[in-house]
Design a protein around this ligand. Structure first.
Ligand code: GLN
Length: 246
């Protein structure tokens, strides 16, 4: 009888262990982004789409985790990553010395260029023309905002919640130009008549993934995954899908 009970106990233990194995939730990988930055992150109906979203999905797959996308204000991403609310910030985010004081960045997976959008026929033809007391629209807390405030004085910079709001201000004549990343700039110009991008580039920058300073384990595994996904052609294919080489 005793033997039977212990065999039965063993069976129950094995079964419950197996059940555990199948019902355990995969760990969640919390991504913070600002889904108003085509083609890196945007919404298609209720779904998220874009280069950063697809790269994040591949990263989560590699890490055996489930991706959760949190759509937040751009300016709250670094703080949220720093405090551990999010595991990583992927938002076409430029590596800057100032941000490196708060978070770590992965290896860079893309290049960004700050460009200037003006109305067709504008008397702003080069960056130098902006110094003549022109007003500049920017998305608040972005590098466009930070650099423009440094170069042209914050009195001349009008800060909007989204790049789309800044572009709307340009269309209605509230600002003389918008400084923003080149790929979103292209999509704004394509979607709105009468806008054009200056040929002179304002700044060239690296996009990378923000991770909390103490989370070096995640930093290492993300860098390893990024290297693999670059080598096997996954990341180049994702970028080519959204930004076809001309
Ligand atoms: N690359 C810019 C920055 O990091 C803008 C990013 C964004 O608006 N999503 O500040």
């Amino acid at each position: 009888m005793k033997k039977l009970i212990s065999v039965m106990l063993a069976v129950v233990m094995v079964l419950s262990f197996a059940a555990c194995g199948t019902t355990t939730n995969t760990d969640k990988l919390q991504m913070a982004t600002n889904a108003a930055f085509t083609p890196y992150e945007y919404k298609e109906g209720d779904a998220y789409a874009g280069i950063d979203i697809e790269i994040a999905e591949k990263l989560a797959e590699k890490l055996g985790m489930e991706l959760v996308v949190n759509d937040v204000e751009f300016g709250s991403i670094i703080g949220g990553v720093q405090s551990g609310k999010y595991d990583m910030g992927i938002a076409g985010m430029t590596v800057t010395d100032e941000r490196l004081e708060s978070v770590n960045f992965s290896t860079s997976y893309a290049t960004g260029i700050q460009v200037v959008i003006v109305a067709e026929g504008s008397d702003i033809a080069t960056i130098d023309d902006i110094y003549n007391g022109k007003t500049i629209g920017v998305q608040q807390d972005t590098t466009g905002d930070i650099y423009a405030s440094d170069d042209f004085g914050s009195d001349n910079v009008i800060r909007y919640k989204t790049g789309a709001d800044a572009v709307q201000a340009l269309i209605s004549g509230k600002v003389d130009c918008v400084i923003i990343d080149n790929e979103p700039a292209k999509s704004f110009v394509a979607a709105n008549e009468g806008l054009t991008i200056l040929e002179t580039e304002y700044a060239v920058e690296d996009y990378a993934i923000a991770i909390a300073k103490e989370n070096t384990e995640l930093l290492d595994s993300i860098n390893a995954a990024l290297a693999e996904l670059t080598e096997d052609g996954t990341i180049p294919a994702i970028i080519e899908k959204y930004i076809p080489a001309e």
